[in-house]
Design a protein around this ligand. Sequence first.
Ligand code: ATP
Ligand code: ATP
Length: 173
Amino acid sequence: SADLKIVVGAMELSNKKVKEVMTKIEDTFMLSSETILNSITITEIAEKGYTRIPIYEGTDKNKIISLLYVKDLALVNKNANISVATIGNRSRVRIVGENTPLTQMLTEFKRGDYHLAIVKRGELDEESVENGLPIVSFDKEETVNLVESVDKKMEVIGVITLEDILEEILQAE
Ligand code: ATP
Ligand code: ATP
């Protein structure tokens, strides 16, 4: 039955990892920080239909510096030729390791502080973080580590949202 499928789906979450259900990097719509916002680019971005769009610095897709909230495009003067970097929200970037268990990710999303996480290859490793720029804020109660700044050596492999986890729960066989 459908109910049983949901229960089984929920139980299977504990065995699954973020990398198994994320949207892969090649399918992720991201923008360069240098993208100029005018009526053409704003229309293109809006037509993609995503609410949150990772912004990478220049040409380096591994360096996510902020998130563009599509709603914020409404405030942009289309004739001012500002770049997307100007309206990207730096404080909304959250990064998780590819092997983060889905149960942990779900707990994070349920808390409601953010709804899209950037997935990096490997784990969030404190040492590389200490040697580079990033500031890690260890999450209060849980063990998921959240990086608030950008890990220099980071390889970005995808993005994950609550919807990816819900799909996993609902589609279990
Ligand atoms: P919302 O539903 O809050 O408006 P949304 O529709 O943009 O946001 P979600 O509903 O959170 O996105 O996720 C739907 C699917 O789209 C998920 O599989 C998620 O991984 C994917 N997704 C979210 N943002 C992007 C993006 N910028 N590029 C590609 N895929 C994305
Ligand atoms: P998220 O999915 O990242 O949690 P949301 O969909 O819950 O975002 P909204 O209420 O839709 O958040 O508001 C998003 C808008 O508010 C964006 O313009 C974003 O830049 C801004 N915003 C939301 N929360 C914060 C915050 N804690 N700090 C800075 N800006 C924020």
